[in-house]
Ligand binder design. Sequence first.
Ligand code: DP6
Length: 364
Amino acid sequence: MSLRDKYVQSLRSLSEQQQTSVTIRWRSPSNIALVKYWGKHGNQLPINPSISFTLSECATDTSIDFSKKQGPSSRIDLQFYFNGEENVAFATRIKNYLSSILDICPYLVKYDIRIESGNSFPHSAGIASSASAFSALALCITSLEDIVFQNLSADEEFRKKASFLARLGSGSASRSIFAKAGWWGQSPYLEGSSDEFAVDGSGLLHPVFENFQDSILIVSADAKSVSSTAGHQLMAYHPYREGRLTQVHRHLGEIKSALQTGDLEKFGTIVENEALSLHALMLSSSPGYFLVTGKTMNVIEKIRFFRKNSSIPCYFTLDAGPNVHLLYPKEHASAIQEFIEHELTSDIKNVLFDELGNGPQQLV
Ligand code: DP6
């Protein structure tokens, strides 16, 4: 039986608490993938496992008022406010998402749902927010379920369900549920790993990674010309698909050992290779496209030059966009800040200083 079927069945045997209205609020962070999720199949299942660092500062705060409807209802009724303003486009995406999980969360139709959401980072920063947004939303729904059915008091079960629901909204969101690091996708390298939900990856981290920094160098804040969802689809018939799958499984084994042993050089080699491979896959898709700009390339070259001359272990990665994430241990923070100020100001618009975080936080 699939996990989805198990979740559908398990609620049927539980009795429901009489809840009239409740407000639930979660702050959930974004994450940056070290080994990338690129390509999916079926219902939001990844073609390969991925692992990410969970961030601290880049987060979404989502507050949901669930008010019990008077009569019976079979549909989702919701209002969505982003940064204080009603946002119909987001409301439609969320309504579609909630409708798609109604077999798992049938109780949602019993409430008028009012969602207020906002990001801790500037809206125009060009940072992917689907991971923080969908993980915050999924956590609110999971909390509602626990209030109504009192079935998720065990932390592990709660996170598993939240990650499962987050994944159905946006794949990378499944990993944001966990402090420090999340691993999503079934792999022999991690016991208990699954394609249906992410698991805690923090146990893999050598102390050298505990205080890792991520300085996000904003090259452009413009909307992406091709969405990640469209990019994932292009992997279905990608000419290099088999090669990518071989590469990504090798990278997972290698990064696991680099994370465990604290081998920064090996870590950096894999992380940078993953970033460049991701964008090479976009270039060689059909149709091909690119999201990096000349400035992205300048920044990457300067990082490599700086690393060579300073011997400071700092490594870049990219998500599906032009902005560069610079990863390094905290002890080098002031040298890196100086490097950014002296060398990169002509290439970047802004920088967001982030670091590994402790995962989502329930606010109400
Ligand atoms: C390049 O999770 O945004 O950031 O599941 O379609 O919402 P959907 O895609 P999304 O893809 C993220 C792609 C990536 C790599 C990663 O985060 O692993």
